[in-house]
Design a binder for this molecule. Sequence first.
Ligand SMILES: NC(=O)C1=CN([C@@H]2O[C@H](COP(=O)(O)OP(=O)(O)OC[C@H]3O[C@@H](n4cnc5c(N)ncnc54)[C@H](O)[C@@H]3O)[C@@H](O)[C@H]2O)C=CC1
Ligand SMILES: O=C([O-])CC(=O)C(=O)O
Length: 256
Amino acid sequence: MDAQPLAVGIIGCGNVGRILAEKQNTFRITAAYDCVPGCALDFSARFGAKPLTEFAELLAEPVEIVVEAASVSAVREYAIDVLRSGKDLIILSVGALADETFRIELLGEARRLNRKIHVPSGAIMGLDNIRIGQVSSVDTILLRTTKNPLSLGIGEPETKCVFSGTASECVQRYPKNTNVAVSLSLACGCDASVEVWSDPGETKNMHEIIFSGEFGEAYIRIRNNPSSGNGATSRLAALSALSILENLKNPLVIGA
Ligand SMILES: NC(=O)C1=CN([C@@H]2O[C@H](COP(=O)(O)OP(=O)(O)OC[C@H]3O[C@@H](n4cnc5c(N)ncnc54)[C@H](O)[C@@H]3O)[C@@H](O)[C@H]2O)C=CC1
Ligand SMILES: O=C([O-])CC(=O)C(=O)O
């Protein structure tokens, strides 16, 4: 007899939520919440999930895991309640975890309740082995992100470095564009350096990672296709969350 598909709840029925729903195979999004009620209703009409117009309704739904695909503020507002309702969590808006006080509280609750929080590789690659930063010395961890100014939400006409600093500072300035910087910091165990470049000629979302330490040196360049529903979000970010959901019940664990 076939196993029941994994029941999934979603917070955020926007671009990432829709990509996950379009490609669901071994899981089912059975409940969908968005702070814009029309978004949850449209999502439900298209994909059959139960539309929720109040967050509290999600806590009572029989889902094993909730995908947050909404915003940094949504993580701060809902993540702990999701864990307390007995569900695991996938967080896309990883920037929320740059706040150390919040992160310690959230992870403390996860530990206490024996729940898992998954941070997908999102719009980058290599996060699996960048975790070696937690067990060996790191000399450099730098993310250089280059996007079209329209994706960054700025009107910069020239190619220019518009931010240089740390991941935790960067995500406050560009919360919809640099969650990956905080993912890198969490993986390697130190606040990554970040440069954000605005390039009016760039049609992709490019991330370059420069990593060196005890292991040697790495340079990774990812040139992502922007997703059709939100140019600031790379399609890879949604596909990465999709691959977590598709693999949750797989006994063979590959990479991170
Ligand atoms: N970890 C990573 O590598 C990446 C993360 N992201 C993040 O993933 C998240 C989702 O991205 P998209 O789907 O492209 O965004 P989107 O803007 O297309 O959709 C977000 C949806 O969430 C809803 N929403 C926002 N705040 C909410 C709240 N407090 N409560 C309930 N609903 C709320 C919005 O109404 C909207 O329908 C964003 O925070 C984005 O910055 C994006 C790219 C890469
Ligand atoms: O999708 C991307 O290229 C990266 C992004 O927006 C983020 O990390 O928030």
